[in-house]
Each structure stands twice: as structure tokens, then as C-alpha cells.
Design a binder for this molecule. Structure first.
Ligand SMILES: [Ca+2]
Length: 325
């Protein structure tokens, strides 16, 4: 009983320390020291910022179960390739047609791909995340050892980005992983690929849909999108084909000629030296077999998941039909 009482007291006494955020955390102190040394930050203001960063248990829970890892394709697809997302995509297109067509011309990325990405990521800017990015990145940098180096780097990018943009780092909100704005850019992507597409002198993908459109297109361009090239082809399987070849990675590393020897050909008419990656998805009506092409791989640079890229592609195809009407 006495032990229990002592434990209780310890807990009560310890509570205010946790409320002091991450300023006392040794790893956070290392980040502060680096930013002071490398980027000329003021240590005192960084200490004050990290004192306001709070560990969020819900972030640690959320990162342990991303949707694309647990859901089969037939369930995953239902979330993203829907009539509602299509209808709102058409609205977004009508509202921002000038910027989208300009992105096509200047950056070589089709409007339907840009709209599909923004649609899948945030419902066209409607759902951009409710976590404070400072909390999300601090929690994952300092309390999620598995991905600590990645999130520590993103936290540093975030602190530099907000300083450059003249934004209080306590303000921006985003996903549990710290992805922000219409296109859910991580801070490093924001710094590397976001552009000022409406020419107002600011690069704002938090609130400015035109900047977001240009930035998504610029991200695709920088990752090698090939204008006018296809994204996927259905695969045609010979009888008794060994399905092991469909357990390949995201990168197209087998040519159609090599696959032909294994009994797999493309439904689309493509040159034999085209590199592809065979993909298998568990659909509602059974397994589906596809061949991912270079542009499919480029979509996976946005989110490293075959199901993600396929959702974006299929939504984009439905959108393209509607845009043409
Ligand atoms: Ca702008």
C-alpha cells in the first residue's frame, strides 16, 4: 500500500516534466545544437519551440498501422476510387482549370494525375490533417526509434522551412506523420519540390491550391514523369504460369521480352525492351495481374505503395473521362 502511494506521488510529481515538451530530451538538444551550428538558428528560441512540442500517443498508435499494409486491394480501392471523390475532382478541375492546364504545358504532367493525387491525399484540400506538425515530427523523431533518423531529419527541415516561410512552427497542422497541405508534402519535399505557381512571391502549399497544383506537378517532373507515356498495362498470363514473378518490387526491372519467356505478356502494345514490374492485386472478383511501367514507378515515389499508385491511376482515368465531357 505504501509502495502504491509512493508510486502515485512519483507519478504526480513527474507529470509536469512531461508537460514541458521535448526541450529536455537529449536527442532534441542534439537537433538544436545542429541547427544552431549548421543553419544559424538561435538556441533560445529553438528551446522554447521544442518545449511546446508534445508527445502524442495517438501518433505512435497511428504510425504502427498504415492502411495500405493491412487492407487487401478490394478494400483499399473502395476508399479512393469512388464516385464521390470523382465528383469532387471534377469540381476541383473546373475551379482550377487554368492552373491545371498550365501545369500540363509547363511541367508535362497531366491534369488528371495532379487532381487524383490531391484527391487521394486530402479530398482536394478538405482533409489536410489535424495534428500539429511540430508534435507529430517531434514524437516520431524522439519516441519512435524505428524511424527516428528519418523523422529527425524531417523535423530539422520543418524548422528551417517555417523559418524561411516566416511561419510559427507551432501553427501548421498535418497528418500524424507530419505531411502537410493539399498534396501532403513532407517538410523535405516542401523545401525541394514546392513552387510558387501563382507568382505571388510565396510558396504556399498549405492554403494555396494553385501553388499545390504546380508543386505536385513539379514533384512528378523531378521524379522523372514521362509525358504521354502509359502507366500500367493489364498482364496476359499463359496457362500454368509461375506466379512467383508477380512478387517483384515497385521498380520496373524486367523487360517484356524476359517476361514473355516466363509466360507473361502485356495487353497493351508495347516495345519488347520496355521494363515493367509485374503486380498482383487481390480484387473483389479474384486476383488481378498488371504490369507497372516507368510512370507507375514515378507515382510510387509519392508514396511507396503499389496499391496507392494503382488507386491514383484508376481515379485519374475516371477523372480524365469526366474532364473530357
Ligand atoms: Ca504562391
Amino acid at each position: 500500500m505504501l509502495r502504491f502511494a509512493l508510486l502515485l506521488i512519483t507519478t504526480l510529481v513527474a507529470a509536469p516534466l512531461f508537460a514541458a515538451g521535448y526541450a529536455d530530451n537529449p536527442a532534441a538538444q542534439a537537433v538544436i545544437a545542429e541547427l544552431v551550428e549548421e543553419e544559424g538558428f538561435d538556441a533560445e528560441s529553438l528551446n522554447a519551440i521544442l518545449a511546446d512540442a508534445e508527445r502524442q500517443e495517438s501518433i505512435l498508435k497511428a504510425i504502427a498501422r498504415p492502411a495500405e499494409k493491412t487492407k487487401p486491394w478490394y478494400d483499399y480501392r473502395k476508399i479512393f476510387v469512388t464516385e464521390k471523390r470523382e465528383n469532387q475532382g471534377v469540381e476541383f478541375y473546373n475551379e482550377h482549370r487554368e492552373a491545371l492546364l498550365r501545369a500540363e504545358t509547363e511541367l508535362g504532367v497531366p491534369a488528371e494525375i495532379i487532381v487524383a493525387i490531391i484527391g487521394v491525399e486530402t479530398y482536394y484540400g478538405r482533409i489536410t490533417g489535424s495534428y500539429h506538425v511540430l508534435d507529430a515530427l517531434s514524437t516520431l523523431a524522439f519516441d519512435y526509434p524505428k524511424r527516428s533518423p528519418f523523422f529527425t531529419s524531417e523535423l530539422k527541415h520543418f524548422l528551417i522551412l517555417t523559418r524561411d516561410q516566416n511561419v510559427d512552427p507551432r501553427d501548421p497542422k498535418g497528418s500524424y506523420a507530419g505531411a502537410m497541405g493539399y498534396g501532403q508534402f513532407m517538410p523535405s519535399s516542401y523545401r525541394h519540390y514546392a513552387i510558387d505557381f501563382d507568382g505571388d512571391g510565396k510558396t504556399d502549399i498549405w492554403n494555396n491550391p494553385v501553388d499545390a497544383i504546380g508543386s505536385v506537378a513539379n514533384y512528378f517532373k523531378a521524379h522523372g514523369w514521362r509525358t504521354g507515356q502509359p502507366v500500367v498495362s493489364a498482364a496476359v498470363l499463359a496457362e500454368g504460369v509461375d506466379l512467383e514473378v508477380f512478387e517483384s518490387g515497385l521498380k520496373p526491372e524486367l523487360t517484356l521480352a524476359q517476361l514473355k519467356d516466363k509466360g507473361v505478356t502485356a495487353y497493351r502494345n508495347l516495345p519488347e525492351d520496355t521494363p515493367v514490374t509485374p503486380l498482383a492485386f487481390e480484387g473483389a472478383a479474384g486476383w488481378e495481374y498488371w504490369l507497372g511501367l516507368h510512370n507507375f514507378y514515378v507515382i510510387t515515389r509519392y508514396n511507396h505503395s503499389a496499391m496507392y499508385a494503382m488507386s491514383v491511376y484508376q481515379l485519374s482515368q475516371n477523372l480524365a473521362r469526366r474532364f473530357a465531357q
